[in-house]
Design a protein around this ligand. Structure first.
Ligand code: CU
Length: 362
């Protein structure tokens, strides 16, 4: 790609102890420029079948992606296809069509997981995130809680002091553009994070496959809006879901909360403790919500975004800044970057030096 910069995200790998290798442009690294090379080094964990794709612009939807299979190390006990089994792996490109809720749920199921110890805790921190397109007519950007993501101009992980995380202009009643980040930590090793991810309110009408970097999480609940026999949304007193209350008069739902206050702080009464699927990406149904749980055991800057490229590049993403005090240092000489105001002189200087180089080489 002689005209594009790029980065590669190793989807499915958690990058614990190497968060700078997660491959998100302007979040974990600077883009790799045309003509440059960059070597990713990381532990291949967890094992399984996933894929790699660029994390810069819309390059994935244009075909830059492939399979990524982590095989077990000798001695690791896993269920593998037996000799003679007919096994193949398929990878498919996006195809937008009407999603069927049963099909979506069945796709998530793989096996029973015993998670009683992992995400059951007395200390649950609950956070609501609404992935949607709220706003006024003509200005309805992709956003999370009304924040249209503004990518930093540096590698946020490697150059944290140069990132402007100020989102003070945002409120429950306004949408704004900023580098939205929420900090979580593991000061208490037993603490569990419960995210309530919705696609509700005025900016709903799409379902969003939301991907959290750095983690697998447990899907504790998936709730769909109510539809009639002709697939039309049935309004529930003006709200998409009867469980969540949107407090602002614009119905942006950037400051959502449970209608039933006794559900707060992780006390939703109907979570799936028997066989919650373990995922790193989950569909948020239009007009519905999903509850996920995980522990903050992967220090780094974890991008959290809709995996539809056009939604993501439109601003439907944010940073989970995880355990800032425990984040490992980047390797020596890790590439850094910055921006400059283009007054034309730099371009001219570059062109002249390029021409000079060309003449010098002939
Ligand atoms: Cu989306």
């Amino acid at each position: 790609m002689h005209t594009h910069s790029t980065t590669i995200h190793w989807h499915g790998l958690h990058q614990k102890s190497s968060p700078w290798s997660d491959g998100v442009a302007f979040v974990t690294q600077c883009p790799i420029l045309s003509g440059q090379s960059y070597t990713y080094k990381f532990n291949a964990k967890p094992l399984g079948t996933s894929f790699y794709h660029p994390h810069n612009g819309d390059q994935r939807t244009m075909g830059l992606y492939g399979l990524l299979i982590v095989i077990p190390t000798p001695g690791q006990t896993v269920v593998l296809p037996q000799e003679g089994d007919n096994v193949f792996v398929a990878i498919m490109q996006d195809w937008n069509h009407d999603d069927d809720e049963n099909a979506l749920y069945q796709q998530m199921l793989w096996d029973d997981f015993d998670i009683s110890d992992e995400v059951n805790s007395d200390e649950v921190v609950e956070i609501f995130f609404n992935f949607a397109f709220p706003g006024e007519n003509g200005n309805t950007p992709g956003s999370v809680n009304g924040h249209q993501f503004l990518p930093p101009k540096v590698a946020a992980y490697a150059q944290p002091d140069l990132v402007d995380y100020n989102c003070d202009a945002c409120s429950a009643y306004t949408i704004c553009e900023c580098t939205y980040a929420v900090t979580i930590d593991n000061d208490n090793k037993d603490r569990v994070y419960q995210l309530v991810i919705s696609s509700i309110g005025r900016g709903a009408n799409w379902s969003h496959p939301v991907h959290l970097h750095g983690h697998s999480f447990y899907v504790m609940k998936m709730v769909f809006a109510t539809y009639d026999s002709e697939s039309q949304l049935v309004p529930n007193g003006g709200q998409d879901t009867i469980d969540i209350s949107c407090t602002d008069s614009n119905n942006f739902c950037s400051d959502a909360k449970w209608k039933n206050a006794s559900w707060e702080n992780g006390r939703h009464p109907d979570l799936n403790w028997h066989n919650p699927p373990q995922k790193d990406t989950i569909i948020i149904p239009s007009g519905g919500y999903v509850i996920i749980r995980f522990k903050a055991d992967s220090p780094g800057v974890c991008f959290f975004h809709c995996h539809i490229d056009l939604h993501n590049t439109n601003g439907m993403g944010m940073i989970i800044n995880e355990s800032p005090n425990s984040q490992p240092k980047v390797p020596n000489n890790f590439p850094k970057c910055n921006s400059f105001e283009n007054d034309g002189k730099h371009i001219l200087t570059y062109k002249l030096s390029y021409i000079a180089n060309v003449f010098a080489s002939v």
